[in-house]
Design a protein around this ligand. Sequence first.
Ligand code: ZN
Length: 353
Amino acid sequence: MLLLLLLPISFLTFTSACPPPFNDVRFIGNSTHSTADLVQAALHNNNKDKRWVDVVSKPGTALTVWPGPIHYCFGTPEARRVIEPFLLKAWAIWTEALVVQHGLELSEYPFKAKWRYCYKEQTGSDKTLTWNPDVKADTLVIRFNDNPDDPPFWTTLGYRPSSLDKDPGRHSMEIHPKAISEACDQDSATKTIAHELGHVFGLYHEHQRPDRDLYVAFQCKNLAGYDNAVKLVAEAGGVHTMKQVCNDVGLARKYKFWEIADFHTIETPPILLNYPEREYDTESIMHYHSFYCVDQSKDMNDIKSMPLAAWLVDIEECDNLPSVKDENTNFIFEADEPSAGDIERIAFLYPAK
Ligand SMILES: [Zn+2]
């Protein structure tokens, strides 16, 4: 019950230490509740037999699928100019892959006025962004965010019903201006936005599934923030082990190990992470590739240096994992498009009407 009371509280996740391209999901707010906190709050109810699809469709839960067409608006003309071409290409990646019957719709907010932005037109020197009253409050805002403490790409997960939150701008995709202009290649920026769209639709990171250790080797020591966390743990008297820190997003945060927020497993799957009997999908567009958040001092050709690698051997139990070697693991590469499993999930979540 206590957990359910947390539902209306927004949360943040922390990922700013990772090098781009990087992405994350969050709800905007002033709380420090992590994704995991909220998800667990959303899913820990009294009926353990409930499958997640029942949970997500239950009115009042924190996260749901979008109830109708997803409309987006750009924060500013500059955001439209820079981001729109990538957004359209990213959406085309999805629509080309969506060869099954489905009800997912994404389009720009149907503005009636000449000014077609989420915020009112700015005049004079006042740079305060004020919500455009012509735009419905649940519209997805696509905007620039140049806060250096935020990751290059941030996106909210799924839909937050107005019974919990009526705030305009509560659904957003935020992109650091340099994340696109300084991306190594334009295809990569497009693919990252396609991944972010997956979060908009409600898909969560595949590699944070609770059973992921059976399919991928997670080598925490290779993450960018690991060495610093080791130092901070020692300075704090060594009351925690790094094994504990690597598996607990709350502890990790205590030791400024922000990367864990996107790598720890989530005990109870976030809303749309799983549906029953779905196979683990290393090809999902929602799965990080091996190089995400890797400590840049590591050897990029060595699988033993990667935070994530795919097991080539059958893993029976997570308590007794083999050590990572060239012969028993493969690199995971960035997905070019949604996998068959992603498409199946979308069709399931957004059935054709
Ligand atoms: Zn992501």
